[in-house]
Write a protein that binds this ligand. Sequence first.
Ligand code: SF4
Length: 281
Amino acid sequence: MNIAPHISAEQFDIRDFMRLEAFPHFLCPGCGHGMALRALMWALYENNISMDDLAVVTGIGCSGRLGAYIDANTFHVTHGRPLAFATGLALARPDLHVVVITSDGDCLAIGGNHLIHSCRRNVNMTCLMLNNEVYGMTGGQVSPTTSATRYTTTTPGGNHEPVFDACKLAEAAGASFVGREVTMQVPTLKDLVSEALLHDGFSFVEIISDCTEIFGRKNQLGDSAEMILSQKAATRPDSYGSKVDTPFRPNPLPTGVLARANRPEYRANLVPAKQKELGGG
Ligand code: SF4
């Protein structure tokens, strides 16, 4: 593997952590998922986490394809199931850093049940939910986070369903670390992901991403560069921990660390029970 943990920060090069043989990547120009991937790899680098000690589990969708490019232990599983798969992996291999890369459709629709139980259980892993408001890979269908009135292939008259606030959902379900950031602010996103990686328990990070191709074009949000500039104009470099407007949503969304609970990690409760069963103390 191409890990280089001892080089200086200035020398961080995402290509050192990628399976370059899998390139060119499939992402559309300007897709926010690439910036989210960069923030993750940067956070891993800063925390000196070896790619040998990293396991990445992805579901289905454009976010799910990111795992193919990461030169670590990667698992591409069925739609909506990365958290279920990762739960078993994290319990069997607590020595690994387990990271789930998922999306609004994968995590909140077909995988919604797994999300709430992952939050409840508090197994030590990090879930990065890339929210671009749409099923990009499968043709641009409406998702649980598609904003009101936005057009998708399955809402040609505009979406009329209320949306999930994924962070509120995760907090209510018991996640012990919850945060949100936009892809445009890569350094602050990196810091947030870093905190999530170091958290002992289930950490959930919603990353507001751009689907420049399917969603942006359908909603006339401009070309790739215009969407990126729109997100940049709507946020601030110091947005960490403040309310910001996103280009997609009419209401400001809080960013930064939104919830943190001092709950015991899943195994902390499991081990005494097992000891009792075995006749121990
Ligand atoms: S379809 Fe959308 S989410 Fe998928 S790679 Fe293209 S821009 Fe990104």
